[in-house]
Design a binder for this molecule. Sequence first.
Ligand code: DOR
Ligand code: ZN
Length: 356
Amino acid sequence: MTNRKPQTTSLLNIREPDDWHLHLRDEVMLSFALDFTARQFARAIVMPNLVPPVTTVSVAEAYRKRILAALPEGRNFKPLMTAYLTDEISPDEIALGFENKVFTACKLYPAGATTNSAAGVTDVGRIRKVLERMQTIGMPLLVHGEVVSSKIDVFDREAVFLETVLEPMLNDFPELKVVLEHITTADSVQFVQDARASVAATITAHHLRIDRNAMFDGGLRPHAYCLPVAKRRFHRAALRKAAISGNPKFFLGTDSAPHQKHDKESSCGCAGIFSAPVALESYALTFDEEGALDRLEAFASEFGPLFYGLPLNEGTITLQRTDFAVPQTITHDNLSVVPFHAGETLRWKASERAAR
Ligand code: DOR
Ligand code: ZN
C-alpha cells in the first residue's frame, strides 16, 4: 500500500470507460454477467474461451448476437469480439473476421494455461502464418502470458513466458500489436515499459488489490484464486505504480470471470474472480488510496481506445464517494456467484450509464 494522502473529492465524473478484457460466458450466465458490465462499461473485449471456443467468423457473429439479445432493455453496449487461436486456425479466417469488423483481435491461450484453454496453441511456432497475417493487417494479439509446464513453479510462469515466448515472438514480428493481458508481476511491468509502443498491457482490479496471501487468509480462499495467480506484495506494488503512472501502455481490463460458487468452492476449484459488479468501484478505491484519482479516467477510458485505434466514448459516468456494501453472493435463476470484495464495504459507488 501507499503512504500518499487520499484525495477528498466526493464526486468524480469520468468519460465512459471500456473493459479491455472480459469473460461473458453464455446462456444464463451471460445474461447475468452482462448486465453488471453494461451498467459501467460502454464496450468490452469479449474473451472467446467458450466450450467449444470461438474460432470462426460465423461462431463469433452468432455469439455477438446472443450478447446483444441478452442486454437489458434500453442499455447500449458494444461487444468487441475475439478469435481463439488454435494450432489449426487459418490466417484467412481471422483476416476475414477482422476486415468484416467481426473480430477486433485474436486471443492466444497457451494450451492448458487456464479455463477452457485445452484447444489453445501448443507452440507459437505453429501459428507463425497467422501472426504474420495479423502483423500485416494490424490486428492485435492478446496474450495469456504464462508457460504451461509442471516443471515451472506456478508463481514463475508469467516471468518465464516473457523470456522464452514473448521476447522471441516480438523479435520475429516487429510490427505486431500485442497486449499482454492481466499482468501480475513487476517483471511484466518492466517488460512492457521497455518494449516498443505497439506493446501494451491490461491490469485487473483484483491484481491491484490482492497478493498471494489472499488465497491463504485464515484458510483456503478459493474466491481469491485466478490465473495468472496473484503474486508477492512487491509485484502488486509495481502494478499499482504502473496503473497510476499515466503511461498509456497500461489500461483497464477486468478479466472478470464468473464461476458458480460451487465450482469455486470445490476440491478442484475454478480460476477466476467475478469483479464486474464492483469493477469501477474497486479501481477507484485503489486510485484513491494512491492519491491518483485524477489519473483514473485516462487508465479506464482513454488509453485502451488509443491503443486499439477506436474513438473515445462520448458519455460520462459518475463515481460518488459513499459506502457501498457488496453482497456475499449474487443469485440469478439457479446461479449463485460470489463477487470480488464480497462482504466488504467499498468507499465508492459508480452511477449506472445512462440509457440512450
Ligand atoms: O482466472 C481466470 N479465469 N483466468 C483466466 O485466464 C481465465 C478465466 C476464466 O475464463 O475463468
Ligand atoms: Zn481472461
